[in-house]
Design a protein around this ligand. Structure first.
Ligand SMILES: [Zn+2]
Length: 636
């Protein structure tokens, strides 16, 4: 199978589908392939031969050996030699890797300070195979983001500052690469990355976050108008920062994304979160979107507060204080200056470059990466929406939101939460267990957090109060009091024919008080135990309405009277308006209305686009929201 993929990928390359400008004439050759590299700076094309001795390991553990023909220019041969034996790249990535290396260096005039430090690479990762791109600093703008501004000529002072900033980041343990006219003061992108396995993230958390230990966590900094130093960024007016700097966070099997991936990261709007971590793509992680917002919106502000001697936490608190009250005197709050006690994480996660007063100048790429890691590795300590430090002492596995209803609302509606469809299809037993826990917790009066702020609509009749049970886990649960008049208020009396799924209102002259698509609860007081069903209105005609399938404990036998008296309770009570005790009852009853996990799984597996919200006749929006909230709010 892998060899088959190798052949397929090679076939694509031979057909020239790689769209690399300087790579041509790819053809199959013994246990590999040859191709020619052409470049305006070269007199004649250079032929390069690549072999893959272990094709059965393709595309994960194989390696390439490569050499160029004897008449290749000396500097080209040197670069090819320096590439060593690249591993784990697909053929396409390999071609682009070689092409990048050769394009970057075919123009070898550079004023850059030599940054190579042969002793600095103490990496033991097998992943670190590409050499240090950063050492190959080229002044050729191979990549220019759309910009219409003229740029100042770069001074050698500017260039040595750029090199110094990046070297500081490299020396702090990160891999640095760049794209575009970094040293020419053109638009450019700097990439700062680190292997996920160096971050001290537990295996369980890695799994929950869908991050592979072999992946790199990558911060991309896009300088739209040329590289800006820390001081230059701080001097900008707050509103103009975004015109100069944007950031993205992602993960990839390679420490350096390809040029196309970088362009994509900054141009594609609303990229979907691909959870497929197996590919070498630069992909969004579960937390990329919140991190991007946090960085782009606040980083430069926070670095400014840091300059006043605050810790990261102090700076973040001050930022929020100012957001709520622009006149607040943040300096008066002493705790902002306290040194933070970070939990036990590797030094690379807790290191704080901005706190290093021995540095004459600070490297913003490094500070930005350290801040990114603070919120990436310790994501469960912060609200995913407003980024406030959570006061909870629960050791959680997945990040969540604070108690602000608005944060929960955004979390649930903006897709930050888990995909319930994915969870049901792949972890049905876990989902079942979580729903059971939530059900018991609500029915025993122990549920204390609620899906508030989502404006769930439900029938008043299911919000039976369940008082909080604090002490006695096995104590008797008080019988819910008889429905109070208020709970019966607003019910509509009608007649119901269960065999025809038809509702008829007595007043023949008025139009039907229900509308197509409404969810209702129907109570049949004539029947023993007053069973109630829930259903969606399919259609209305005059004073009558037809319903969809009945949801709930439908156990009526065929003798059930036709056109029996029924009470209709519309889904028009706002969950947020209920007392806590009633919220428990509502959560319990809404959970009870869900189909079994097995049925939901079967349903989802049959759909081309698995989406429970399309199962309109079976799951009400309120029940679906409770299901989503139960899974999302669980962080264990
Ligand atoms: Zn929040």
């Amino acid at each position: 199978m892998p060899r088959k993929q190798f052949k397929a990928d090679l076939d694509e390359a031979v057909k020239g589908k790689h769209s690399l400008e300087h790579v041509n004439n790819c053809c199959v050759h013994e246990d590999g392939f040859t191709f020619t590299f052409t470049h305006p700076t070269l007199e004649s094309p250079v032929t390069i031969t690549a072999s893959v001795p272990e094709q059965s390991d393709y595309p994960t553990a194989h390696y390439y050996t490569l050499f160029c023909d004897d008449n290749a220019p000396k500097h080209v041969a040197e670069i090819v030699d320096k590439l060593g034996q690249p591993t784990s790249m697909t053929i396409n990535q390999f071609l682009s890797h070689v092409s990048d290396a050769l394009s970057g260096s075919s123009d070898s005039e550079s004023d850059a300070e030599p940054l190579q430090d042969p002793n600095s690479d103490d990496e033991s990762d097998d992943d670190d195979i590409y050499g240090e791109d950063f050492d190959n600093l080229s002044s050729k703008p191979a990549f220019v983001m759309p910009t219409n501004t003229t740029h100042a000529n770069p001074s050698s002072q500017f260039q040595s500052r750029v090199c110094s900033d990046l070297k500081i980041a490299k020396d702090a343990g990160f891999k640095i690469a760049y794209f575009g006219g970094l040293l020419d003061n053109y638009s450019c992108v700097v990439s700062v990355s680190i292997s996920a396995r160096k971050l001290g993230i537990s295996q369980e958390a890695m799994q929950a976050w869908r991050i592979e230990p072999s992946e790199y966590i990558i911060l991309l900094l896009q300088y739209k108008e040329g590289y800006k130093t820390n001081e230059e960024l701080l001097a900008l007016s707050p509103s103009s920062v975004s015109a100069h700097l944007e950031m993205r966070v992602g993960a990839s099997k390679n420490y350096k994304p390809t040029q196309d991936q970088v362009i994509n990261a900054f141009t594609v709007i609303g990229t979907s979160t691909t959870q497929d971590s197996g590919s070498a793509q630069f992909r969004d992680t579960f937390i990329s979107k919140p991190l991007k917002d946090l960085l782009c919106e606040r980083l430069v502000f926070l670095v400014r507060y840091r300059g006043a001697g605050m810790s990261w936490q102090g700076a973040e608190d001050s930022y929020r204080l100012r957001q709520n009250n622009p006149d607040a005197d943040v300096n008066a709050v002493a705790q902002h200056f306290e040194k933070e006690v970070a939990p036990a994480y590797p030094a690379v996660v807790t290191a704080d470059h901005l706190n290093d007063r021995t540095c004459k100048t600070h490297s913003l790429p490094l500070a930005a990466m350290q801040f990114t890691l603070r919120h990436f590795v310790r994501c469960t300590e912060f609200c995913l929406v407003c980024h406030k430090k959570l006061s909870t002492t629960v050791e959680a596995l997945k990040p969540y939101v604070c108690d602000e209803p608005l944060c929960l609302y955004q979390y649930m509606t903006l897709g930050f939460g888990p995909s319930i469809e994915h969870e049901i299809m792949h972890q049905d037993k876990v989902v079942d267990l979580l729903l059971s826990f939530c059900y018991s917790s609500a029915s025993l009066g122990r549920l204390k957090t609620f899906p508030t702020g989502l404006s769930l609509s439900l029938p008043r009749s299911i919000a039976l109060p369940i008082q909080e049970q604090v002490r006695h886990l096995y104590g008797t649960v008080a019988q819910p009091p008889a429905p109070s008049p208020s709970r019966l208020e607003g019910r509509l009396q009608a007649r119901f024919d269960i065999t025809k799924s038809e509702i008829l209102f007595d007043d023949a002259n008025s139009s039907c008080p229900l509308r197509k698509g409404d969810w209702i609860a129907i109570e049949l007081p004539d029947e023993a135990g007053s069973p109630s069903f829930h259903c969606r209105i399919q259609d209305t005609l005059g004073p009558s309405a037809t319903t969809g399938p009945l949801v709930g404990q439908v156990t009526l036998d065929s003798k059930t009277a036709k056109w029996c008296t029924a009470f209709i309770d519309k889904y028009n009570t706002n969950f947020d308006d209920l007392q806590d005790a009633e919220k428990r009852g509502a959560v319990q009853n809404l959970l009870a209305l869900l189909p079994s996990i097995r049925k939901m799984k079967t349903y989802l597996l049959e759909q081309s686009t698995p989406d429970l919200s399309r199962w309109v006749d079976t799951i009400s929006p309120a029940a679906l929201a409770i299901l989503r909230w139960t899974l999302a709010s669980n962080r264990s």
